[in-house]
Design a protein around this ligand. Structure first.
Ligand code: 2NE
Length: 309
């Protein structure tokens, strides 16, 4: 059916904070495949080849758009996701990020095995890469909540992506699992150690050693996901959770995210938490006195500031 049906669509493109009308041709296949059509008026932030990057009321949605391969990722998919994640980080109007996959049948099935070469996944430049590992770090480091919205398969490197997200909302059709040892791969980083923090060492070893698949209820029972809902209300529920977080103090959420990370991430985690402490300190009159005294070529007067017990 792919390649037969095309549709013209009028969208509003957001580009450098300006909203522009644009006519584009879109493929109908993902729409026909999907049971989870959005009721919400998402607007495109930037157009990409292998992902969708959209905005709705303070939420940026990054969606892998390769439903024909259960949203397996290529180096290009990851490059695009990585750029979108950075744009979402820098954009002050974005409070939360949703990570998902198009089509309702898969969140992501991991690295695209058809482009796996000698030493990594190979893009148009012929260079083998494992750039999804950098994306994992970005998800962990972005000081905003990232919510995995999982319909269908979250498998292999796709499973690791949802594991790294701060929260996971799963549809009832979700299936979770690792395949590495079956297809000649493994993720011994967050994919193993952080997974073990979520579900415990025994269960994490079972998931990796047996390569079984687990349904949404099993995933909920083992602490792998936060909530399971019918597919029809997956996006509504995810948006509702984002809205709840958007009502909260962004700095409190930011500090909590880096504090949760710091416990597990060693010196890099402390650096992230300390960076946030520096941000808070820069906001204080005490820190400003240091900067101002230097610029005014006078001795700083720190005596006036409180010494909290
Ligand atoms: C996901 C799963 C279990 C679904 O099975 P099923 O039977 O429902 O679907 P099917 O027919 O296997 O998949 C539909 C189409 O998608 C392609 C398939 O080849 C098939 O294409 P056609 O035959 O219709 O042309 N497809 C699915 N997943 C793909 C993939 N990852 N790469 C390329 N094509 C894919 C089943 O499809 C499955 O087990 N998929 C493979 C999952 C997997 O092993 N992923 C890679 C793990 S390694 C990894 O991601 C990784 C890492 O370990 C470390 C670093 C970076 C990445």
């Amino acid at each position: 059916m792919m390649g037969l049906v095309w549709l013209l669509e009028l969208t509003i493109i957001r580009w450098d904070f300006v909203w522009l009308p644009k006519v584009q041709v879109i493929h109908l296949y993902p729409i026909l495949m999907s049971n989870m059509q959005s009721k919400h008026n998402w607007t495109t932030i930037k157009e990409y080849k292998e992902i969708l990057f959209q905005f709705y009321e303070g939420i940026a949605k990054i969606s892998i758009n390769r439903p024909q391969v259960h949203n397996a990722f290529t180096p290009l998919t990851v490059k695009e996701m990585s750029e979108a994640m950075e744009l979402a980080r820098q954009d002050e109007s974005v409070y939360c990020v949703i990570l998902t996959g198009e089509g309702g049948q898969a969140f992501c099935s991991g690295g695209d095995q058809s482009v796996r070469g000698h030493g990594g996944y190979v893009g148009d430049d012929g260079v083998p890469r494992l750039n999804v590992l950098d994306l994992q770090m970005q998800i962990r480091r972005i000081p905003k909540p990232v919510v995995a919205m999982v319909a269908g398969y979250a498998i292999g490197g796709g499973h690791v992506l949802h594991v790294i997200c701060d929260l996971t909302i799963a549809a009832e059709n979700a299936k979770f699992g690792q395949t590495g040892p079956k297809v000649g791969s493994f993720d011994g980083g967050f994919g193993a150690s952080y997974l073990a923090r979520l579900v415990g060492q025994k269960k994490a070893r079972e998931i990796w050693f047996l390569c079984d698949q687990y349904n949404a209820q099993e995933a909920l029972d083992m602490g792998l996901v936060n909530k399971v809902v019918p597919l029809e209300v997956l996006e509504d529920t995810t948006i509702e959770w984002c809205r709840k977080m958007m009502d909260k103090s962004p700095i409190a959420l930011r500090m909590l995210k880096s504090a949760f990370n710091a416990e597990l991430d060693g010196q890099a985690g402390i650096q992230e938490l300390a960076g946030n402490a520096t941000l808070l300190y820069y906001l204080s009159d005490e820190a400003k006195e240091g900067k101002n005294s230097f610029l005014e070529k006078r001795k700083p007067d720190f005596k006036k500031f409180p010494k909290f017990p």
